[in-house]
Design a protein around this ligand. Structure first.
Ligand SMILES: Nc1ncnc2c1ncn2[C@@H]1O[C@H](COP(=O)(O)OP(=O)(O)OP(=O)(O)O)[C@@H](O)[C@H]1O
Ligand SMILES: [Mg+2]
Length: 632
């Protein structure tokens, strides 16, 4: 299963599942605030310091124990090597002078210090693993909460999707990597400083040389870290495409078509092309980095050995003891190791903080306050749903999807929308549902401009079955009532909704009844037929008994005629007194509506009830006769 959020109908996921769950936790997402976000800003350039301190603060929230352990481990591991070098010198001088006591104490002290570094290593590993889980979870949750809070239209913006993908990619490993790199660096610099302090006694110049050796590598590494980061960021879209291609090849709901159309090799080839493009760029950068890195290493090496030679020369001249020479030797080894570690840490730190810019940038994206595109119109005294000259163009689209649509739906009445594919039927429903705002004209519900409605209050009035409804890989119960445990629906309520959508027999058939997991993604799941899934989606809508505006987008497209007839008889009686808008290509159901709008290219081409439209001998009549002839 792919970890990415489903690309289809994300708004539905948001409205149906996540909102109630968050609402129950006291978080009030603003899904129905539907101003399109401005193009996602580049991650704000923020300093390493601020990102580091933000990460440390988050880590403290996620697990104070783990963070404290990491600090302790870094301090221990940073101080121990200096002590060990110091005792090594004492042991050597003790041997030279024949002082047994000094030698023995020195060796024991070294052993203890070495043991402490092991303890520090274990502690660090444990703390890092713990923090990876706790901090990763904390951030994933923050990202998901943000994903719910942004307007639905964001999900149709590729830039937003890239930002979301990048943020999710960074959330688990990156912050901990930043901390680990930071502490590794602190530790390494402690070792380096200790080495320099020990060497300072022989020659301040030597101490300085040890510290200077770090500089060239530092500059090359940070430069390459930036280059790699830029490269990967630029490739967010390719990375997403590659993940998508993998999804196509591995997801259950794609597997059938992949096999029957033989598209497997084609998709594989596309994945390969994306890969080789990415691979080439990576390799070029890696080659350059190798060469420049070696050069910097060479400079460090030369400096180290210059110090070594100068100490050895002075020992030869009798100016230094054997212990001093030994100390210098140990210090070099440690200094070299620490230098590598410090650089590794720095490189990681520099790289990680840039990636964290993606994560924090996403988390800091402002959720636009509810501000209608057009100022709300004055309320009027009226009941029902009214479209007044409504036009709508999808964000980024060139042509309007709706133009000059007028309609009125009185309380208790049923409206049907018919028309060719792409004529704007679903768009009308999405506007009523508040997923988008009209770019022209107004929509009124009970005399109040939809733009002035409180999103929660509006949502309470609605029950919706979208054309691309969701099939939750969850038990039947959660498919019908995907609510938080806090406001769980009693079983009778669920069964009643199932009966209304003619789904009762489906559940009877299932071994575990309402607890039966559906779909094949998880062990024990049972797959349903297309029509059966659709009946569950309908049950989900019927469960909202308080809703008085029902929106059905081809709710019976996959349902057999017998069930459909029963369903509609039931829908009519169940929705008595409630408003409903129904999109359907089946005229047998459409004809039952009080009014029918025939849509054509975003405009209303004809309107009236079934008999009137037949009498008008227009498009509706022609289409109706066509279908009727098909049944003869
Ligand atoms: N998310 C979107 N972004 C941009 N354009 C869209 C989007 N959804 C639909 N459109 C365009 O808007 C027009 C109307 O689409 P709509 O989904 O309302 O058609 P429909 O009448 O429901 O068609 P169908 O019978 O196929 O469901 C189409 O031309 C379509 O290309
Ligand atoms: Mg549609």
């Amino acid at each position: 299963m792919s970890p990415t959020l489903p690309r289809t109908a994300p708004g539905i996921v948001a409205v149906e599942v996540l909102c109630p769950i968050l609402a129950a936790r006291g978080v009030r997402p603003r899904v129905l605030d539907f101003e399109v976000l401005a193009p996602v800003p580049e991650p704000p350039t923020s300093s390493l310091r601020s990102r580091l301190s933000r990460t440390i603060a988050l880590a403290w929230r996620a697990s104070p124990f783990a963070l404290a352990s990491m600090v302790l481990a870094a301090l221990l591991a940073g101080a121990a090597p200096t002590g060990m070098a110091w005792y090594a010198r004492r042991v050597l001088d003790g041997v030279a002078r024949g002082e047994r006591q000094v030698v023995l104490v020195g060796i024991v002290a070294e052993a203890v210090l070495l043991f402490l570094t092991y303890v520090a290593g274990g502690l660090n590993q444990f703390a890092t693993a713990r923090l990876r889980l706790t901090l990763g979870f904390l951030l994933q949750r923050a990202i998901l909460e943000k994903a719910i809070a942004v307007p639905y239209a964001c999900f149709e913006d590729a830039g937003f999707y890239d930002a979301l993908t990048r943020a999710r990619r960074e959330a688990v490993g990156r912050p901990v990597a930043l901390l680990a790199g930071f502490f590794a660096m602190v530790q390494a610099f402690a070792v380096l400083a200790g080495s320099a302090a020990l060497l300072f006694r022989f020659s301040p110049l030597c101490a300085l040389a040890i510290l200077l050796a770090a500089l060239p590598s530092f500059f090359t590494e940070t430069r390459f870290a930036t280059a790699i980061f830029r490269l990967q960021n630029r490739r967010a879209t390719e990375a997403r495409e590659q993940a998508y291609l993998e999804q196509v090849l591995t997801r259950d709901d794609h597997a059938k078509e992949v096999r029957l159309f033989g598209t497997g090799p084609t998709f594989l080839e596309r994945a390969r092309r994306v890969f080789s493009l990415v691979f080439e760029e990576d390799q070029a950068l890696a080659r350059r980095r190798l060469l420049v890195g070696l050069g910097a290493d060479l400079v460090a090496l030369a400096l180290f050995y210059a110090v070594y030679v100068s100490v050895a020369v002075r020992a030869l001249a009798g100016a230094l003891t054997v212990g001093d020479l030994g100390l210098a030797l140990v210090t070099f080894k440690q200094g070299d190791g620490a230098l590598k570690q410090a650089l590794g840490g720095l490189r990681g730190l520099y790289m990680d903080q840039q990636y964290l810019g993606n994560l924090y940038g996403f988390l800091d994206l402002p959720v636009p306050p509810k501000r209608p595109l057009l100022p709300a119109a004055r309320a009027r005294d009226e009941r029902g749903l009214r479209f007044e000259n409504v036009g709508f163009t999808y964000p980024g689209a060139k042509r309007p999807a709706l133009l000059g649509v007028d309609l009125f739906l009185a309380p208790g009445k049923k409206l049907a929308l018919v028309g060719e594919n792409g004529s704007g039927k679903s768009t009308i429903l999405k506007l009523v549902a508040g997923l988008y705002e009209p770019t022209e004209g107004r929509i009124f519900l009970d005399g109040r401009d939809l733009a002035a409605w409180d999103p929660e209050a509006l949502r309470a009035r609605l029950a919706v079955v979208f054309q691309d409804f969701v099939r939750y890989q969850l038990p039947v119960r959660d498919n019908v009532a995907p609510r938080a445990a806090e406001d769980a629906v009693p079983d009778e309520g669920i069964r009643r909704a199932l009966a209304r959508s003619e789904a009762g027999p489906i559940v009877k058939k299932l071994a575990q009844g309402l607890d039966q997991r559906l779909g094949k993604w998880f062990p024990g799941g049972v797959e349903l037929s297309g029509g059966e899934w659709q009946k569950l989606a309908l049950a989900r809508a019927f469960l909202r008994e308080q809703a008085d505006l029902l929106l059905f987008d081809e709710p019976t497209a996959a349902i057999d005629p017998a069930a459909e007839a029963a369903l509609f008889a039931r829908v009519r009686s169940e929705t008595e007194g409630r408003m409903a808008i129904l999109v359907s290509h089946r005229f047998s159901t459409v004809r039952l509506a009080d009014e029918i709008l025939v849509m054509d290219g975003g405009r209303v081409a004809e309107r009236g009830d079934h008999d009137a439209l037949l009498g008008a001998e227009g498009r509706y009549a022609a289409l109706f006769r066509l279908q009727a002839a098909g049944y003869r």
